[in-house]
Design a protein. Structure first.
Length: 532
């Protein structure tokens, strides 16, 4: 007998019921009435899909679910988030058999509610289901005949009692064949979030506040959709504000902090990140949302980076980068894990963020990327080291001065000047004084002279003075250009010897050098007068 058409409405309804069951399992203790209600609702939602069929097979992707290669509501955030959670737990397909039971739904929800690492260490999701005697839900199995054969074996060895204390309920319970999904009872009702927030703000009793806070999680989870975004953000901001307010009692602050910590979970993070990047109604308050995201250090970095690595929109990538930068050094371990990513653009984006965070503890992980196969990554690595600074960064920038890549050498010279690196003085003075045809261009020598001026150390005076005094007729304009640069550099080194060198050069027979010397002398005299 052929089953009814697998409409999007039926499929969405069933998957959302599974998502609600997983959320309820994470929140409520075993035996709680809400768990039984969630299981019953899941059975009711799958009933019309399974009538007249042996099974239904969902394929699971980061982007959402598919049935027969047809996407199931790829634009629904809740289902996208659910798919991402399953995908992270190495679920690639989900087969539901016609005799789906409450017992198996309980066990499925308890298994998938575990953290991904815990599931993998225990042998994978399907292994855990099989160990629990689950026979009507199969993960990463697509051969129905093989599944049915193994199902008989599992059921023959399974004890008769049910798991979780719930009674067995047939998939068709409470539903006539062909009845539309709309006829099924609604999903478990939760407290109206807006009213709950009003009560939390108004109550004067710390005990009542704690009771209300316990209701917040299920109410908030029920609003993880675009229309509920403002209420979700308002709820999280309220808990953060109360957790930090010294005017409140320690009991209320502690309750708010614990509630916020409990709400710091994967599906909530995915929702906040979606709002940050793609919800136009929230963009006006993006700054507040960035501040809220920064309230979850040590927990939200991995979801942010996962979204950044897969984000196709340039503006969204920019705002995700901003969020990671706001988190600072706590984001560094997650970011450095992506430095080995095969996608050059992911590595480059990570390098930009690390450069803005400026955590010197990351220097050792960054340095190897100076030899990355992609020049764009190498350039960004050099920029990141410049922003991070410190002796480790300076030492590696100095090594680049001997690099075969002229562009990298020039960028390293500029970076060392910007860092005012005293450590680089010997290398830069040698480079500035190097003779022609010794593996260095005129432009590099000039940039080395400029860098010496930026560093402003008196140790560079003999080198710069020698270049300024040198007049070689046969080198013409190129020599004059270096002498001009030396005069300008001397004007930045606050030392009496600089004054002497520049005063001698103001009457130079080269008009360009004389002009550069006068400008530098004026600058230096003003600086010295200001200093005294």
């Amino acid at each position: 007998m052929a089953g009814p058409t697998l409409t999007t409405e039926y499929l969405e309804s069933a998957l959302r019921a599974l998502d609600v069951l997983l959320k309820a399992t994470r929140f409520y203790p075993p035996g709680h009435p809400a768990l039984k209600t969630a299981v019953e609702q899941a059975l009711l939602r799958f009933a019309p899909l399974l009538m007249g069929r042996e099974s239904i097979l969902f394929s699971v992707h980061k982007e959402g679910f598919r049935v027969d290669d047809t996407p199931v509501s790829s634009d629904r955030l809740v289902l996208k988030s659910f798919a991402v959670q399953l995908f992270a737990r190495h679920v690639r397909s989900l087969m539901i058999l016609a005799d789906l039971s409450a017992r198996d739904l309980h066990a499925f929800a308890r298994t998938l509610a575990k953290e991904p690492v815990e599931i993998q260490e225990a042998g994978g999701a399907q292994g855990l289901l099989q160990a629990a005697g689950v026979s009507t839900i199969w993960i990463n199995e697509i051969d129905l005949s093989s599944v049915l054969s193994r199902k008989e074996e599992i059921e023959s060895h399974r004890p008769e009692e049910t798991i979780g204390g719930g009674d067995e309920t047939s998939p068709e319970a409470g539903m006539q064949e062909g009845a539309p999904v709309a006829a099924a009872p609604a999903l478990p009702e939760t407290r109206d979030l807006e009213a709950l927030l009003r009560d939390l703000e108004r109550t004067e009793s710390d005990q009542h506040f704690a009771v209300l806070a316990q209701e917040l999680q299920p109410a908030l989870l029920a609003h993880l959709h675009d229309e509920g975004a403002h209420l979700v953000i308002r709820a999280l901001q309220l808990m953060r504000r109360y957790g930090e307010d010294p005017k409140l009692s320690s009991s209320r602050r502690r309750t708010a902090q614990e509630t916020l910590d409990t709400l710091g979970r994967e599906d909530v993070f995915d929702f906040l990140i979606h709002c940050l990047c793609h919800n136009p109604d929230v963009r006006e308050s993006r700054e507040r949302l960035l501040s809220l995201i920064a309230s979850f250090p040590g927990k939200i970095e991995a979801p942010l980076m996962r979204h950044l690595a897969g984000e196709g929109d340039a503006q969204a990538r920019k705002v995700l980068g901003t969020a990671l930068i706001r988190l600072g050094a706590t984001a560094a371990p997650v970011l450095t894990d992506y430095l080995s990513d095969a996608r050059w653009f992911v590595v480059r984006n990570v390098m930009v963020i690390l450069g803005e965070i400026r955590d010197q503890q990351t220097t050792a992980q960054i340095v190897p990327l100076l030899n990355h196969e992609d020049i764009r990554v190498r350039r960004e690595t050099l920029r990141a080291l410049t922003k991070i600074g410190g002796r480790g960064a300076e030492s590696n920038l100095i090594r680049i001065l001997e690099n075969d890549d002229a562009e990298m050498r020039r960028q390293a010279i500029l970076s060392l000047g910007a860092l005012k690196s005293a450590l680089a003085l010997p290398a830069l003075t040698e480079l500035a004084s190097r003779k022609e045809n010794k593996g260095v261009s005129q432009e590099e020598r000039k940039e080395a002279i400029v860098a010496l001026g930026q560093i402003g150390a008196a140790e560079a005076l003999p080198c710069l003075g020698g270049i300024l005094k040198r007049r070689r007729f046969w080198f013409g304009d190129s020599d004059e250009e270096l002498r001009e640069a030396a005069a300008a550099a001397l004007g930045k080194i606050c030392d009496e010897r600089s004054l002497t060198l520049l005063r001698a050069a103001v009457d130079d027979r080269s008009p360009a050098v004389a002009r550069a010397a006068r400008l530098a002398l004026n600058r230096l005299e003003k600086a010295l007068n200001h200093a005294t």
